[in-house]
Design a binder for this molecule. Sequence first.
Ligand SMILES: [Zn+2]
Length: 424
Amino acid sequence: MKFSSVFILFFMLEMSVAQAQRNCGTAGYIQQLITTDPFIKNSFNKAAAQITAVSNNSAARDIVADEIINLPVVIHILYNTSIQNISLAQVQSQLTVLNNDYSNLNADRINTPTVFATLVADTRIRFCLAQVDPQGRRTTGIIRKYTKTDFFSPEDAMKYAAQGGDDAWDCKRYLNIWVCNMGGRTLGYSSIPGGPAATDGVVISYDVFGTTGNVRSPYDKGRTATHETGHWLGLKHIWGDAICGTDDVDDTPVQQYYNYGCPTFPHVTNCSPNGNGDMYMNFMDFTNDDCMNLFTKGQKIRMRALFAENNIRNSFLLSFACDSTLAQGGALPAIDTTVAVQPFAGLKIYPNPLQSIVTIEYIGELKASVLKTINIFNVTGNKVYSGTVISAKTNINTAGLAKGVYILSIQEGATRITKKLIKE
Ligand SMILES: [Zn+2]
């Protein structure tokens, strides 16, 4: 069949089910990008391979083991009518949902079937409205901008000021979320790891964003943003976008296809591994907002793999934008994204946030012959500690440090690792 007729058939199919089912635009968007630019497929594949490599390597995973990862969020609100210029309360309600869902503190987690309860994860990923903008100024993390565009399609115009949208903030430090009118059909879509910087982020229709204000049932519990942010963090749909496909996650059962509405448990199909059937209450299925309630431990591993050293979202571990005290009207402290390969895969630094002692532990090989210097800097670049690594486990007294954000730097030969430390 020619492309055009496939497209028309797909379009008609989509139209016929649009009113009854969740419509996530991500898979179609990614397919369109690949069609337009065949080379981008290599970039997506490389990113996916990196995620898999870290997910399968427990030492690499340990680097970001269970440390809280804070993601500064900037919300670009694009409105053509006043109803699309959503309230602060609506924005805040969405942040609350994201934080609850990603920490397994969502009230409806009690609806998770008992057989799946042991798989549920607190991802230890948190979201804040950015407090510091890319120029180092105080910000609310919310941009409001009138647009002449009636409604947008999943083709990225909302991400460019020149096309009636608003330009992305640095995607190495901020999660960009555009809230605009998607015309009532597509609820939202997301970039995936490996895509271009200018279009990196999540798009959500204004009427399915948050839990208050202009939200429409059955997408009024903020789960569209939970789902799309899952894509931004490298998760696939739970059915793998194929009949009985794979989402590359070990603990999500194979399921035949997507679910919509809210099935009755258990929903068993031909490819269910056992009588528990589909995990249709997973945030990466297509069920209604009030039907979804979990991410699994396997999904958590894949999401957090993105933040490991050398991986695509590692720079977020050094983003300061959640801390308003750092707004000084100048450039933010430089993010050192020096590529550190070995030997740092075997290095752990804990606890973080700091207590009275921070421990630097080599769990891999410690080459005693190579001088390893440790420096800790405050955010204005002043050195507050200097020392050397002399054994596999080095304790540093941090009791005297004031509350705030610090950068730990370990220089080992020609290689350097930097890590953000927080003193609470
Ligand atoms: Zn999706």
